[in-house]
Design a protein around this ligand. Sequence first.
Ligand code: BTN
Length: 283
Amino acid sequence: MNDLESGDGAPGEGREPAGGADVLDEAGIRTALAGSRLAREVHIFERVVSTNDQALALARSGAGEGNLVVADRQTGGRGRQGRPWHSAPGLGLWLSLVLRPALEARRSTLVSLAGALGIATTLRQGWGIRAGVKWPNDVVVDGRKICGLLSEGEFSGDSIRFLVLGIGLNALHGREDFPAELAGRATSVALESGRQVRRLELLADVVRAVEAKYFYLEARGFDGIRRELLLVSPLMGKVARVVTAAGELEGTVVDLDENGALVLRLGGGHLKSIVAGEVVRVT
Ligand code: BTN
């Protein structure tokens, strides 16, 4: 295992997860992911700044689809809109996949939506957690975030050169493991399932679930995924306030369009598709 950084004293450091040490060891990871098409090559780090940075560097140097980066801890994990991503050592799954989807660049959002759906589905079916997908890319349980996805990539005109899909899944956290600013807004697989979580098992479930939806998207298109997303969306039928680069909008959430944009019905009945934004209030 590699260590690309040292000595950062991140929150949660030194705490053993409830239920005893849960080791993400290299041999275990390789065995758990054997046969996975998205994890033909696995790059495992004890510590990195960000698994997305590692995966972006791999992709830029020509790595193909099927490269997975996993780290036990991140010292500079990042979320959407430049926010830091709390990556407590030993408690979560912090991973990034190199993808080369045959999709137009304007449809790249579909990849993170498909990935989020895969994760919500495996949490529901395999872990008994009532997980949903909050547009654009949060996996949530009763309003608390359990997993976030960050898609970054390089584009050439309307083609995708590559995407890196970063996944941060809170796995072993107890309530006290989240920093104060996340209290009441974050949760974990251990908290929601009540089970003793082994991250190796969870990692294999997550990668295989993302893989299933990703290849379904590639082979069959977005429509089936869209219908499943609407079924597990905590926003559907609700009034949402969305912050976009062009300002704030409020309306009733009625659909996702073929590019993964959120469709709002505004006052007056006009439908508006929002390609990028942040839902800040739901009533
Ligand atoms: C978000 O909800 O804002 C997205 C969070 C994505 C976090 C993951 S953790 C693994 C990967 N590496 C990063 O630096 N970020 C993503």
